[in-house]
Design a protein around this ligand. Sequence first.
Ligand SMILES: [Zn+2]
Length: 95
Amino acid sequence: MKIPEKIRTYCPYCRKHTVHKVKVYKKGKTRSTAAGQMRHELKTKGYTSKIAGKVMVYKQAKKPTLLLTCSVCGKKHYKVVNSRTKKPIELEKVS
Ligand SMILES: [Zn+2]
């Protein structure tokens, strides 16, 4: 999937369309000692078949998330691309 390096899109802070710098967002590591994570692991472990919160269907491709930086105010916000892709995202240069 190819995405241009700069896109003109809505900025919720400026409340209008501005040019944004695009970066591909990657989720960081989750702490296994965090209270919510420990509770989730306790709930999902064991032999029982169906548990709330346990992923039953594994999707083959993921929806990429973009980290957009506004060129006017410099604030960042996220945008989920509404299509699944198996291939890594390439940022295209636009002259
Ligand atoms: Zn802005």
